[in-house]
Design a protein around this ligand. Structure first.
Ligand code: SF4
Length: 415
């Protein structure tokens, strides 16, 4: 029977080069992957790293076991170390915890060796990892192996492979504290509460899941990443006579400097105009924002309020705040099949502000139904990110390939 090595896996970019080298160095051993990373925040990021890990393990023919996402356990273990820098005490505890669970799993599976793809990560301290791993050896009677594949251009090769295989590259280590310390993902409130916002992790995950499904069915895929400018609502509120009023803010509203205090000066149609700050209040039967299909410039700070509040607003003292900004974001166009296929079907990856959009199962059904056409180059599915407002994804696809998308998934389903 072959000796077994259990490889703790942290993410797909580190995994691909590490496993290639590990396989070359250990041709006579069986390699088993173990994804155990309860440190990763948020869950969507965890799912994103996991789906990419599944894809790469499949590619390399490695069995993969998914560990528990016991995030509470991880948070408890690093309590009191929240402020520690990377490579500090919190990271040591984080390695100890993940490697301990990996040794337990290795024991269950009768593995002789344990290692971790964390050794490949340029930001990790190899000595910290060795310290964690070697400390566990005697307890489990399992050897920790720590090859340094970063040396001799390994790191550069890892990045090259990750690019070639279109692997999702995270830009922070994984945990919420590292994220905060690196200034990533400031807590922002966007106008879209539900669904897959354009450029969000949820949208990325949706696209990567489709990629995984397509590749599992032997279909080729190609990604076109692209940047775009996203409008983000940071905060906003409306008060009448110092009481908060339920409202939503129209996308592309300009920020208000400080606080605007005023009264309604006039009503034109269903819109109340304040005497200060160019603030508008739209009266509607349903408190939902109007998302414009295309961006036509910034608008005055505009709140949407239920029409039953008209009298109160007309007579009361109004106070309004609003902070928004533009931010460069990223999304992807994913082509399943050939971009030269006779017919191109578009699938928007993002959702409307109410969370309505295409479901993963619908895309899966589409791929199954048209598998032969896709395979033979008669049809291609183009999953377009940041599509619903402004059709950014379609525009990117058209400008790069010179082709227009012929129909949408809905038009195909509805005939
Ligand atoms: S920065 Fe990375 S290694 Fe350190 S505690 Fe956070 S997730 Fe773990």
């Amino acid at each position: 029977m072959k000796e077994k090595i259990l490889v703790h896996i942290c993410c797909a970019p580190d995994l691909l080069y590490f496993l290639k080298r590990l396989k070359e160095d250990n041709p006579d051993k069986e390699i088993i992957g173990f994804f155990y990373d309860p440190n990763i925040h948020p869950k969507e990021e965890y799912d994103l790293r996991l789906i990419e890990t599944k894809r790469i393990c499949k590619l390399l023919g490695i069995d993969l076991i998914e560990g528990e996402y016991d995030v509470e356990n991880w948070l408890e273990a690093v309590k009191g170390l929240e402020e520690e820098p990377e490579r500090g005490k919190r990271c040591q505890v984080c390695f100890d915890l993940r490697l301990k669970r990996s040794f337990e799993k290795a024991k269950e599976l009768n593995c002789k060796y344990v290692t971790t793809t964390l050794l490949m990560s340029p930001k990790k301290d190899i000595n910290q990892l060795k310290f964690s791993g070697e400390n566990l050896e005697s307890e489990y009677d399992i050897k920790f192996i720590a090859p340094d594949y970063r040396k001799g251009g390994g790191t550069q090769e890892m990045f090259r492979l990750a690019k070639d295989y279109e692997i999702y590259m995270q830009d922070y280590c994984g945990c919420i504290y590292g994220m905060i310390n690196q200034g990533k993902d400031m807590v922002v409130y966007t106008s879209r509460i539900k669904g897959r916002k354009p450029g969000s992790r949820e949208e990325f995950l949706f696209i990567k899941r489709i990629k995984f499904l397509a590749e599992s069915r032997e279909l080729t895929t190609k990604e076109i990443p692209f940047p775009f400018l996203g409008w983000i609502l940071l905060s906003g509120s409306l008060y009448v006579n110092d009481e908060p009023v339920e409202s939503v803010i129209e996308p592309y509203s300009m920020s208000i400097k400080g606080i605007v205090r005023g009264k309604v000066e006039r009503k034109i149609g269903n819109v109340l105009h304040l005497n200060r700050g160019f603030v508008k209040i739209k009266l509607k039967e349903k408190v939902v924002e109007d998302i414009p299909v295309t961006f036509n410039g910034l608008i005055n700070p505009t709140f949407v309020v239920h029409s039953s509040l008209e009298r109160k607003l007309m007579e009361g003292k109004i106070k309004a705040t609003l902070q928004s900004r533009f931010e460069e974001m990223k999304s992807i166009v994913l082509i399943i099949g050939s971009e030269n296929a006779e017919y191109l079907i578009g699938v928007p990856a993002d959702t409307t502000s109410t969370g309505e959009g295409v479901k993963l199962e619908e895309v899966d059904d589409l791929i199954k139904l048209y598998h032969e056409d896709i395979y033979k180059g008669r049809l291609a599915v183009v999953v377009v990110g940041a599509e619903i407002n402004g059709k950014f994804g379609s525009k990117v696809f058209e400008s790069i390939t010179g082709r227009k998308i012929d129909g949408t998934i809905k038009s195909l389903v509805n005939g």
